[in-house]
Ligand binder design. Sequence first.
Ligand code: GLA
Length: 521
Amino acid sequence: MKRRRVVLLLAVVSGIAVVTNGQTSISGYWDFQAPRIANNDGTYRETFFELKQDGESITGRIEPGGSREYPLTEGTLRNGTLHFVILVPRANAAPNRTVYEGTQTQDGHFTFAATGADGNATRGELLRVAKEAALPPRRIEPPTLHDVPDNGLARTPPMGWNSWNKFNARITDADVRGIADAMVSSGMAKVGYTYVNIDDAWEGQKRDAQGNITTNRKFPDMKALADYVHSKGLKLGIYSSPGPFTCAGYEGSYGHEEQDAKQYAAWGIDYLKYDWCGARNEYKEEEEQAVYQKMGDALQKSGRKIVYSLCQYGHVNVWQWGSKVGGNLWRTTGDINDHWASLDLISFGRQQNTTQLEIAGFARSGHFNDPDMLEIGNGGMTGDEYRLHMTVWAMLSAPLIAGNDLRSMSDETKSILLNPDVIAVDQDKAVNPVRAVAQTGAPDNSFVWVKSLSDGSVAVALLNRGEAPGQLSVSWKSLGLAGKNITARDLWTHAPVVAAGETYSTTVPKHGVVMLKVSAK
Ligand code: GLA
């Protein structure tokens, strides 16, 4: 009797424990904290549940109150073992099945694991939390729209490096310093690469008592890191999300936009990539412009010039409004991967109801379309494919953000990333839009793209998407240069090409390119 009174008292104090048959019910809110062991940064990923116990039967839902809330099934609590299943529906496929299971410890928590259909288990602790901790943060209304002034940065497409494609969430301070060293020693800095950008997974588990964003143990001193990168003549970039969490589940800038922008400025940050996916539970796509404007304003109030990189995969025609929110570049596609199908889709396919060619005219000095970072040198494609990758990005006036390990580049990788002639086409200050010129007799799946340059010459890319080498030609007439005295140079072999006659014809390798600079007198 006495013991029961104590339990009841606890129930009143915590407001969550309920007594059934002398045992504490697990009904209430729970937080599954799974340490990110592979990332080795001392943080853990949180997943919230609302559980309801009725005898041995457990019902409830995952992510209560969120737009991704799903009911749990097969729930039981027997002899201290809690078991339930979450089925996440998928389009045209069987639902994604995750089994959650664990045993209760003496203090009432559970040693817990989530096991996916592939058999991989994520382990951690299931801890009881107050309802307010488990529910998503209150909605913050987006601001009304206005035009954010141009920050004067990125007059030509930004050039640099980003950690995500190669290092994913494992990136460390030491890696970033090594990359900065290599950017200089490899000669990349000399040909224009400047920004060393840390992507997701630098953030600490929680904000400090004043609400300031913190770093995790892989980044012990962000200011010292920025000082180091600056000492090499380079600039440092960072990453966040308008949502409460980033794509990889770290702390986002939701409700802390001005505070974070000021913190970046205090650290000496020069570039922010601001990634949507953590905000999709809070905001609709139609609200993206207002939400991005909020950080655009915050960066301009931060007291430091910071390049603003929008990453929302080309939703809601961002090319039409990216510059109005203060954006210097905006992603136009989903994530790139290091294989041909991905490069082919981004370069020539349709995503978000458009092609890169159709929206090329929206790029201009200070404001660029961003078809995502480079995969050159990561090993999943051939040299021809990587040359096509660099060529397409240069023809599109796209940001050149390398995504490989600069500390260990092959000679071929260097010859692609550091090709000064191709870089000059990318960085041409006129930012003229690329266009395709008509082809007669060309093999299927091949294109000729042209871009006029500020010195009056024309960059020409003969692109072969096909599975075999193909004969491609360009007529000087299609470039508006008929009857002129033509000189042309191959920008990959750096050799002059014979430009006599009305057309130039050459064999282009499978998934490859021949790129020319054509001048007329
Ligand atoms: C998204 C972005 C990627 C990368 C990851 C990090 O997928 O598109 O470029 O930043 O998030 O979590």
